[in-house]
Design a protein around this ligand. Structure first.
Ligand SMILES: [Zn+2]
Length: 302
């Protein structure tokens, strides 16, 4: 468990196309001081900064877009998920355009870049949002909930009518290792039948089999999947990126059923409003709390 804040050791660059805009963009990730959080910087707009927090969220069903005044930055969830997965608290993401490059549609390229830059441990304690009371929101038969836990755990169920997906379910305790090996490689996916409508509305203009799993009527157009249940794993990846907009790492068990960006973000808003349902803790508080419990309540492994 990471109990102090982390950033990168040095700057690192990459470039690629935006999933929705289809335009090539350059991106640079840079170290940031303790307690700064994750901040996007539009260097093509005089360096205007857009913090990765719920207050800056712009509603969108397709992807997560943040805005500060007229400056927006889109498709932020995969890089945010990578930072959350590795426990990177402080980071500046400079982008020369309005969208983070999609790269291969997963979080693995961001993980690779972050490891290339190196991870610096900072001398400031990490503060977590520790969930004390369950919170739950619903939308028709879909829901997302969070329950108390000493770890950041996520259980996700998807159920698509499409025969190639159907119902998939996964649970992970999110650690740098589980994230890197089991979650980060899962790619964005989309249905061939929806591509035309998306294009008409100016979305997914950069989408291709290079950066998404494309699902046809009877087959998956890409040669192979990275995991048999790659789809539910990508939903978990997206959820981790969206949930980090709450502003601090979470100690809680998130359970999502057929959810998506709007429910993930709804959970973030619900947590922020329900201040009686959680408290800020440091890792020392958590260890003290566990040590003072009767042995049968202590988890076998943290
Ligand atoms: Zn995604």
């Amino acid at each position: 468990m990471n109990w102090t804040q982390k950033t990168l050791r040095k700057d690192i660059d990459c470039a690629g196309i935006g999933l929705h805009s289809g335009v090539r963009v350059a991106m640079r990730m840079r170290p940031a001081p303790p307690n700064s959080g994750i901040i996007f910087r539009r260097i093509d707009l005089d360096g205007v900064e857009i913090p990765a927090r719920q207050e800056y969220l712009q509603r969108s069903n397709l992807a997560t877009t943040l805005a500060n005044g007229h400056a927006t930055i889109g498709t932020v969830e995969h890089v945010l998920s990578a930072a959350a997965g590795l426990g990177i608290d402080n980071l500046i993401v400079e982008v020369e355009g309005k969208e983070v490059p999609i790269l291969d549609g997963s979080a693995s390229p961001f993980i690779y870049l972050m490891h290339e830059a190196g991870i610096r441990v900072q001398q400031a304690p990490r503060e977590f949002i520790k969930i004390l009371e369950p919170l739950r929101i619903e939308e028709e038969d879909k829901f997302v909930a969070v329950y108390p836990s000493d770890r950041f755990k996520i259980s996700y169920t998807i159920d698509f009518e499409h025969p190639l997906i159907g119902e998939q379910q996964q649970t992970f305790v999110v650690t740098p290792r589980s994230f890197t090996e089991q979650i980060a490689p899962a790619r964005t996916f989309g249905f061939l039948s929806e591509v035309e409508a998306l294009h008409r509305n100016g979305f997914a203009l950069g989408g291709s089999m290079e950066n998404a799993v494309v699902i046809g009527h009877n087959s998956i157009l890409n040669n192979q999947l990275r995991f048999e249940d790659e789809f539910v794993r990508h939903k978990i990846l997206d959820a981790i990126g969206d949930i980090m907009l709450v502003g601090a790492p979470l100690l809680g068990h998130v359970i999502a059923y057929r959810a998506g960006h709007s429910l993930h973000v709804g959970l973030v808003e619900t947590i922020q409003k329900a201040t009686e349902a959680w408290r800020m803790v440091t890792w020392e508080d958590v260890v003290y709390d566990i040590a003072s419990r009767p042995p049968y309540l202590v988890p076998a492994r943290i």
